[in-house]
Structure formats: C-alpha cells, structure tokens
Design a protein around this ligand. Structure first.
Ligand code: ADP
Length: 401
C-alpha cells in the first residue's frame, strides 16, 4: 500500500509518499509560495537528486497536480501511475471536540470541518483547500484527516476547562484543546518502545520544542494535560509567541494604549517570544550564537525559555504523581544539547542524572540519562508524517472490511 501524506498551509504544502509495506519514504517535497509570485516545488525522490521546479502555481489544485506529475515523472518520479497511490492522509490542525481520532473523509465530514474551522481560522481553511483540490484530482482515492488536537481529547475537564463562565464553553467551545498531538503521540509511544516498556504503565513528559513549542503529560498512554490551549499561543515562550502571560496585559494594551484586537493579536503571535525579548531573532541557533557572544537580552530570552519548560515539566510531574521519562523532540529539542541541559538543570531531584557524553547528539534517537537514573531522558526525532500514514493505512484497511 502506498500512502501520500499532505500538509497544506496557506501558501505552502509539504508531502511525503510512503510505501507502507516497510514504511519507507519513496519521495518527499515542499511547494512554496502558492498563489504568490515565485512559486517553487522542491521534489526529493529517495536515492535520486532533488529536483526543483519553478513555475507559476496560482492555487493549491495546480500545486498538487505538479506534485502528482513529479511523483510519476519518468526521470524524477517514484511510481508509474497515480493509481498506485492507495490513499491520501491530510494533516488538519484543529479537530475541535468532535474528533478524538483520525477519520475517513467524505462529503459530510467536509461540511463538519467547515464548522470546526471557526476555531482555527488561520490554519484549517488552507488545509481544507488542499483537501478539496486533492479530492478533485483523485476522486476515487480514499482520503483521511489527521488532527493535531485529537491526541489531547483524552484530557479531563479539570485540565481543559478555563475558569470563565461555563456558558462560554457551551456556546463557543472555549476550552483547552492542545496542539502538536500527532508529534506528542508518536514520541511517547516510541519512548515506551525504546525502553521496552508498556506505555500503559508509564508516566511520560514529551517536550516538542521548535518555533512553536508545547509540553504534554502522557499518563498510561493518554494525554492528561498539555501546555497549548484554546489556540497555539498558550504555554511555553516560543519563537515569536508569548506563551502564558497575565491576560490583563491584553486589556491594558487596549484601554491604555488604544490598540485594537488585531494589533494585540499580532503583538502576541508575531512580535513576542524569544524574538520580542531578545530583539535578535526567533531562531534558536541565532540566539544561542548571540548569547555566546555576550548579548544579554539573547541570554535572558533563552533563560526565560528554559525556565518555562522546566516549570512545565515539574508541574506535569505533580499532575501525574511522578515521571518515568522526559522526551525531547522537534527542531530545538532534537538538535540542541545546550537547551536540553539548561532545561533539566535543577530537576535532578525527580530522579535522573544527565550523561553529557550521551547527550551530545543531534537529530538521533538516544537515551541520555546515566545508566542508574530512574527517570529516563530521551531524544526522539518526531515523525508526524509517518503517524499520518499509519493512521491512514489502518482507516483504509478497516473501511475495506
Ligand atoms: P517548526 O516546525 O515549529 O517550524 P522546527 O521544529 O523545525 O519548527 O524547529 C525550528 C527551531 O529549531 C528553530 O528555532 C531552529 O533554530 C531550532 N534548531 C534547529 N537546529 C538547531 C540546532 N542545531 N541548534 C539549536 N537550535 C536548532
């Protein structure tokens, strides 16, 4: 079975084609600047040189057609015919309260997803445009939707409710949803596998640290709490997002400075985080470099970031009544020993010791706690695309029976 995974944004689209007989990636790629001048497709077939196509791509349908053309191309292609693609799995950011697992797409679901889009006006509509385009081009191919929020749907109301009038939850579904769920689920399960333990007996904290960052408490295989909230703005200090802050700052900016909702939203999402504090960059590589060169605000931004992650790990130890493993993943989590070590400083009382020699890895699976540590420290590169492909395979096989 071959499964195509598609992750569509407003002007970009990532894809990977899997052979699910051995979970091998046959090809992957990225389309950039859809609908903007200078559209670009970078196609990477396994075992062959990358292939770049620069041509006008006014919409997602044309972009996906070009992806399909690249996949079947006699030179850079990896399959002979589009019919070889058994199914397509689509990533969707928000599944609301309705979707606690991945689902097969049909017309009714497309309608329901429009409703859910109100909760994620920036993220869901581009994914739906991608799905619609794909369904038009491959009308007989089964497709699935895999949501970033699904894994967190196991949270208890005590963790997902906000202390605002209950009617707002009922009328507007204002509650914590959590994001990066596919990634947290993948690394938590992989951690149990690597440790040869049953995930149902484990308490794991998963730290997805990238441009957007979140921490999840995974108890007995289920997410019981997570740092992102109603939107992906909550929780950790991020590249350009504030994370948690006193909500009264919003009303202060509006009433004292006369800012409107859009301006405050822009400030909190695009101008804050480590970028806002440092004034240097939202990219952790730039910050680590600037801090090493003595830039005090870059150092402060990094310290704040590390401190916030440390506090979340501690609070999730409290929420779960202990921890068996702490997992680091995503761009920063996988690649920065410095970040991992700074975050963990002072948490040794939980029952671990960092083995600095083992921690000196980038982008590879490793257990970097000392052998006698009760709590295991791990780096696990995330693989959201593989999770989407696996869910798609299962759903399509179930539908056949
Ligand atoms: P997202 O998917 O949220 O856009 P990623 O998971 O790709 O983000 O993470 C991007 C972040 O990871 C960037 O801030 C980048 O600087 C950081 N990063 C990547 N490699 C390294 C590295 N070797 N050292 C430090 N930070 C790194």
């Amino acid at each position: 079975m071959k499964v195509l995974v598609i992750n569509a944004g407003s002007s970009s689209l990532k894809y990977q084609l899997y052979d699910m007989s051995n979970e091998a990636v046959l090809a992957k790629g990225l389309v950039e600047r859809i609908g903007i001048e200078g559209s670009l497709l970078t196609h990477r077939p396994e075992g062959k040189d990358k292939h770049v196509i620069e041509t006008e791509m006014p919409d997602h349908k044309i972009a996906i057609q070009l992806v399909l053309d690249a996949l079947v191309d006699p030179v850079v292609g990896v399959i002979k015919n589009v019919d070889e693609i058994t199914a397509v799995g689509h990533r969707i950011v928000h599944g609301g309260e309705k979707y606690s697992s991945s689902v097969l797409l049909d017309d009714q679901l497309m309608e329901e997803l429009k409703e859910v889009s109100k909760l994620a006006p920036l993220h869901n509509p581009p994914a739906l445009i991608g799905i619609r385009a794909c369904r038009e081009l491959m009308p007989h191919t089964p497709m699935t939707a895999v949501f970033d929020t699904s894994f967190h749907q196991t949270m208890d109301p005590v963790a997902y409710m906000y202390a605002i009038p209950y009617e707002l939850y009922e009328s507007d579904k204002i509650r914590r949803y959590g994001f990066h769920g596919t990634s947290h689920k993948y690394v938590a399960n992989r951690a149990a596998e690597m440790l040869n333990r049953n995930i149902e007996d484990m308490k794991i904290v998963t730290c997805h640290l990238g441009n957007g960052s979140s921490v999840t408490a995974v108890k007995h295989g289920k997410a019981i709490d997570t740092s992102m909230g109603f939107t992906p703005l909550a929780g950790l200090v991020m590249g350009t997002r504030t994370g948690d802050m006193d909500p009264a700052i919003v009303t202060y900016l509006m009433s004292e400075k006369g800012w409107d909702a859009k301006a405050v939203d822009n400030l909190m999402n695009k101008k804050s985080g480590v970028l806002g504090v440092s004034g240097v960059s939202s990219d952790f590589r730039d910050l680590e470099k600037a801090a090493a060169e003595g830039n005090k605000r870059a150092q402060l931004a990094l310290d704040m970031f590390h401190y916030r992650v440390r506090k979340y790990i501690g609070s999730y130890a409290a929420a779960m009544g202990g921890i068996d493993a702490i997992v680091f993943t995503a761009g920063l989590g996988e690649n920065s020993p410095m970040a991992r070590e700074e975050i963990l400083k002072g948490l040794e009382f939980l029952g671990f010791e960092v083995d600095l020699a083992k921690d000196n890895v980038r982008g590879k699976e490793v257990i970097f706690s000392s052998d006698n540590s009760r709590v295991k420290l791990m780096v696990i590169p995330t693989n959201e695309e593989l999770m989407i492909a696996r869910d798609t395979k299962v759903l399509v096989q179930e539908a056949k029976h």
